[in-house]
Ligand binder design. Sequence first.
Ligand code: NAD
Length: 323
Amino acid sequence: MIEQTKILIIGANGQLGTELTTALQDKYRYKQVITSDIHSPKKQDALFETLDIRDKGRLEELIEKYKFTDVYLLAAILSAKGEQNPMLTWQVNMDGLMNVLELARDGKISKVFWPSSIAVFGETTPKQQTPQETITSPTTMYGISKLAGERLCAYYANKLGVDVRSLRYPGLIGYKALPGGGTTDFAVEIYHKALESSIYHCFLRKDSILPLMYMPDAVRATIELMEADAEKISVRSSYNLAGFSCSPADIAEVIQQRIPDFKIDYQPDFRQKIADSWPNSIDDSQAKEDWGWKPQYDLQAMSDDMLSNLKRLKEKETAINLS
Ligand code: NAD
């Protein structure tokens, strides 16, 4: 029942959380969606609570206060940042998930969403149209934590009856918030640089093909999965999910068709090795079959939307600064 739903978003200030919060607030009544993060948001919000997801006591306190039905656990340390601090990555990504799953097992939450990632795959995984069930051999602490998390989700769902649902997102691209330290951050930064008329120094090789997805598709997939009938969900670890696949050079070319003097050069760093271990494309037929998943954005449509929205936001910012 939509009126009885009470949502907690954990890690709400991040790249995905910023957009998912707006979508859920549009769908439900404003008061039904409480946001939380380890840091306070830039804009004051009465429905925001500070929460470090490693602190189970504080999480319990919030559940007691608001009586949440659904929890979206987005808080995580991402792939590139994770390699700078592997221990923190393990603690945030794993302790956080365990805290939420345990409270769901105790019956204090009805439904959990927790995102996994294409980072669960590794060098020995088939690279083209990577299947739902295949070799998972992650090389980063982020990928290792996501793979362990997937197995925990399947365990809590199948053995303990917890309604936890998950998607293996590809690299996410959006204009509303900056990315938080992943290997596909280049795919957001490139559009910002294109509108600043400066050169973009890409940290991956020009021909590194990766699976990517525009944020409106990712947000819609998340909400559709959470709304699907439980009996339709045959995968309780995490669903493969695909938007489109392309390289930095493909994105640069599409931008240059719209902004001819945009320039890019390539200076691969440690993130290249991470990108090389990930798939080129993903087979998401199980998600399509089970709950009707269908992406709407390809590279061209995403680029048009990214550039027009970023331009609008930059003009608004300039107008505010001048007034
Ligand atoms: P992000 O880094 O932009 O945001 C993560 C948020 O978590 C931040 O606001 C951060 O302050 C918060 N956080 C960090 N430590 C915390 C803690 N201890 N307690 C509470 N909050 C804490 O990440 P994102 O891109 O929004 O990713 C959201 C989720 O989606 C993550 O689980 C990530 O692994 C997954 N994912 C993202 C991508 C992508 O391309 N962005 C791809 C695959 C999977």
